[in-house]
Design a protein. Structure first.
Length: 437
């Protein structure tokens, strides 16, 4: 059975093509800075938006036409979705996918039934992976949709709910391991609070730390070698999420003694909700050795929520790729499209247009970033800007030999600081524009 009839494998046709179902820039085997595009970008399709999205919003019913889906929670329907997903991902030519446990298999009436459902669908996923060569970038557990998680999962006030969440994550890690997943993601869907008047913040944070340690212990015990990733998001669904931004996550990881165990999965729309740019969040993670993977999407700066749109802005993807290349790539992480088509884009073919656009935007970002790097444009400028720290008094500050006394003596002798130089922001912005076109 073919679910996307009339659409074949998406070809690379170059920038001049008029074919909307072709890549203009993403050519999987093209070498950029010594590595194929496929290896730099490691694209992943997400199961939840792409194969479970309905187009419903708080004001309206589902709009997306998915002729293969009977809308039921049956195992049969779930199995059919696996075939749909792998046909789509294969035609698109993305090497990876990722999922939440409850995206792929229906939740049962008991935990045991949910686990059985998940095992049944894992059989189908495993067979589809073998058939197509598509791999699992990461698995995760949905600890936010079911009403039992209303107060949170690892940060709930209800110990039974904590236990349920632990059992669910145990199973999700096992299934991720079975399917050869190379990462496991923790996004704290309701790990936060709406009001401090009813919240014991210290206890909640301590419980979250215990939870992650137990997950790590379990992963070790079953031989799961995938990278653990924490995904920052400041708000939504709770008013304040504990995994607010990269800095808050890294502080949590440090306080919990999980350094080296957990890296970050950085998402654009979450960065902007936190009042940061994506580049800021990526760079903050990178300099701490914690840039693990990204959820590639974009928000709408006129809206204050997580719109999860496909990334098409080349300025954005260039900034992302500058940091990712400086990081030496993302592997074992990748570029996962945590993005959804608008509810007005209801045809199945819109899923192709959306992903092709995102992949091309990142391929362009990659090529532009590579050129900026090989020409040394920003690096040379930035290095020169800090040159006063390369020798003399600056060097003594950086190597730890300076003291307040030595700096006071230096400045008393000198009388006034050396004059400042221009930051040349506008010139650099112009230079970037030269590379974009
Ligand atoms: C929610 C979000 C999640 C995580 C995985 O905003 O980004 O889909 O990526 O749980
Ligand atoms: Co995400």
């Amino acid at each position: 059975m073919e679910y996307f009839p009339g659409i074949g494998r998406i070809p690379y046709e170059g920038p001049k093509t008029k074919n909307p179902l072709a890549f203009r820039h993403y050519k999987a085997d093209e070498i950029v800075e010594g590595r194929t595009m496929q290896d730099w970008l490691r694209f992943s399709v997400c199961y939840w938006h792409t194969f479970r999205g309905t187009g419903s919003d708080p004001f309206g019913a589902p709009t997306l036409q998915r002729p293969w889906d009977d809308g039921s929670d049956s195992i049969e329907n779930a199995r059919k979705r696996v075939d749909v997903a792998f046909e789509f991902i294969q035609k698109l030519g993305a090497p990876f996918y990722c999922f939440h446990d409850r995206d792929v298999a229906p939740e049962g009436k008991t935990l045991a039934e949910s686990n059985r459902n998940l095992d049944a669908i894992a059989d189908a996923l495993e067979a589809a992976q073998q058939r197509t060569g598509i791999k699992l970038l990461w698995g995760t557990a949905n600890l936010f949709s079911n009403p039992r998680f209303m107060h949170g999962a690892a940060t709930t006030c209800n110990a039974d709910v904590f236990a349920f969440a632990a059992a669910q994550v145990k199973k999700a890690i096992e299934v991720t391991h079975r399917l050869g997943g190379v990462n496991y993601v923790f996004w704290g869907g309701r790990e936060g609070y709406h009001n401090l008047l009813n919240t014991d913040m210290k206890r909640e944070l301590d419980h979250l730390a215990r939870f992650m340690h137990m997950a790590h212990e379990h992963a070790k015990s079953i031989g799961f070698k995938g990278q653990f990733l924490f995904e920052p998001k400041p708000k939504e669904p709770t008013k304040h999420q504990y995994d607010f931004d990269a800095a808050a996550c890294l502080n949590f990881i440090k306080r919990a003694g999980l350094e080296g165990v957990v890296k970050l999965n950085v998402e654009t729309n979450h960065a902007t909700l936190a009042g940061h740019t994506m580049m800021h969040e990526l760079e903050y993670a990178r300099i701490h050795g914690a840039l693990g993977s990204i959820d590639a999407n974009t928000g709408d700066l006129l809206l204050g929520w997580d719109t999860d749109q496909f990334p098409t802005d080349i300025y954005l993807t260039t900034q992302c790729m500058l940091v990712i290349m400086e990081n030496g790539g993302l592997a074992p992480g990748g570029v996962n499209f945590d993005a959804k088509v608008r509810r007005e884009s209801f045809d199945p073919v819109d899923l192709f247009h959306a992903h092709i656009g995102g992949m091309d935007a990142f391929a362009r970002g990659l090529k532009i970033a590579a050129k900026l790097r090989s020409d040394g444009v920003l690096k040379t400028f930035v290095k020169n800007r800090y040159r006063s720290f390369d020798s003399g008094i600056g060097k003594s500050i950086e190597d730890g030999s300076a003291t307040f006394e030595s700096l006071e003596k230096y400045m008393l002798d000198k009388g006034e600081a050396a004059p400042n130089e221009s930051g040349r922001q506008e010139m650099l912005e112009n230079v970037i524009n030269d590379y974009l076109v």
